[in-house]
Design a protein around this ligand. Structure first.
Ligand code: AMP
Length: 403
């Protein structure tokens, strides 16, 4: 068992039959004009819901959706999510705008085996985001069991994630959180060596805590994306107009030294696709680290870098990837990122884990998402987990209840 699951009950280890079960999910899906454009998060939540249906629990689903300014902002209603769930599960979903015990008690009494309740967007309740205990007490007053399966929201100390489980005697994690803790946990808990971390994206400063937590665990790290330019600049390269965090140059220099002192490799791109601006749609050329023209900026890694990074991937037994290698949203600058995704897919036998929304969409774009061992559903939450931070929603499942 993963040490990250210590003192946490899992859904299968508690008695749920006939019990009113509050299930916190992350159903925060993109919706435009009432249409869901990506239902991944709903699909990822189905095993837990199906299990509870099978066990004849009385199910109350709960989730936030977006960042509504008020309860009247119907663009943030969970209604389309309720419809999708009804379709996927072949049951009736009752959308409850009123979360009070006065409404919920009779609704629960009349609930048939083909019905589940979906609480309307938790953020329509004023107390959700400020972790209000009174709101949590209202929910707790009509529930027997609390299940958290919202990994993507577990880094937020909100009422449904933190205050509520602290009040509940019987609480557990669902199948999704169990899988996330088991898979991401393997990266921090005795990873199979060699362990390679591939970090990319926009900013060094966003990834410092992650690098610090991984430095003693990894054998090598690849740094790509805009982050790489701060490192190349630190080594005296000519990066032209590429994105550089001037205040992180010193850190980058120190980090290179620390890796060298540990006999670990830090791999940087050796060539770059460059363009005039980040909004360009075509490349203007390819150059090495010393020769990015002064009026151009690096937007993707070049072919020599791809080849060196693929070699490193092929030598690893554990691989964690977070952040794209270039401005992958633009087709012409997505080659490096897609090549990394494909190399991961081809490296069977190694444990391959992707954390972070951009790398996950790159794996989808490259058509290899189903060949990766684990793609974390939580962007911010997986980042904080890998950083070594404690996630409030996970810790609350460990704590004894408050009366
Ligand atoms: P992050 O959220 O930190 O993982 O950063 C992801 C963003 O980094 C994406 O929107 C990419 O377009 C951007 N990015 C990656 N490489 C570069 C680059 N060379 N120059 C500018 N932006 C980049």
């Amino acid at each position: 068992m993963s040490s990250f699951l210590k003192n946490i009950k899992t859904i299968e280890s508690i008695e749920v039959t006939g019990k009113v079960t509050f299930v916190r999910l992350d159903l925060n899906v993109p919706i435009k004009n009432g249409i869901i454009s990506d239902d991944t998060r709903i699909r990822e939540s189905l095993p837990t819901i199906r299990y509870l249906l099978d066990k004849k629990a009385k199910i109350i689903l709960a989730s936030h959706l977006g960042r509504p300014k008020s309860a009247h902002d119907k663009a943030f209603s969970l209604e389309p999510v309720g419809q999708k769930l009804a379709e996927m599960l072949g049951i009736e979903v009752i959308l409850a705008e009123d979360h009070s015990i006065d409404f919920m008690k009779p609704t629960l009494t009349g609930l048939t085996k083909n019905q589940i309740i979906l609480l309307e967007n938790l953020r329509f309740q004023e107390g959700e985001t400020n972790n209000d205990e009174a709101l949590a007490r209202e929910w707790a007053s009509y529930c027997d069991i609390y299940i958290n399966d919202a990994f993507g929201a577990s880094h937020r100390a909100h009422a449904s994630i933190d205050a509520l489980p602290k009040l509940m005697r019987v609480k557990a994690c669902g199948f999704l959180i169990k899988k996330e803790l088991e898979m991401l946990g393997q990266l921090l808990d005795h990873p199979k060596k060699p362990f390679l971390a591939i970090l990319g994206g926009a900013k060094v400063s966003d990834k410092i805590k992650m690098i610090e937590n991984l430095i003693d665990k990894v054998d090598a790290v690849i740094i790509g994306g805009a982050m790489a330019y701060t490192f190349i600049k630190a080594q005296g390269g000519n990066v032209g107009k590429s994105l550089v965090e001037v205040d992180q140059i010193h850190y980058a220099k120190e980090l290179i030294k620390r890796f060298e002192a540990r006999n670990k490799s830090i791999l940087l791109p050796v060539d770059h696709v460059f363009a005039v601006s980040i909004n360009d749609t075509e490349e203007k050329g390819i150059s090495d680290n010393q020769n990015i023209p002064h009026d151009m900026l690096g937007v993707d890694i070049g072919p020599k870098s791809i080849s060196a990074f693929v070699t490193a991937i092929n030598e690893a037994n554990t691989i964690f990837w977070n952040g794209p290698m270039g401005v992958f949203e633009t087709e012409a600058f997505s080659k490096g990122t897609c090549a990394i995704a494909k190399a991961l897919a081809n490296k069977t036998g190694a444990l391959r884990i992707i954390g972070g929304g951009d790398s996950a969409s790159a794996a989808n774009k490259a058509g290899v998402a189903n060949q990766i061992d684990h793609i974390s559903t939580g962007g911010g939450a997986s980042l904080e987990f890998i950083q070594g931070d404690k996630l409030p929603g996970i810790e609350a499942l460990r704590e004894r209840h408050r009366s």
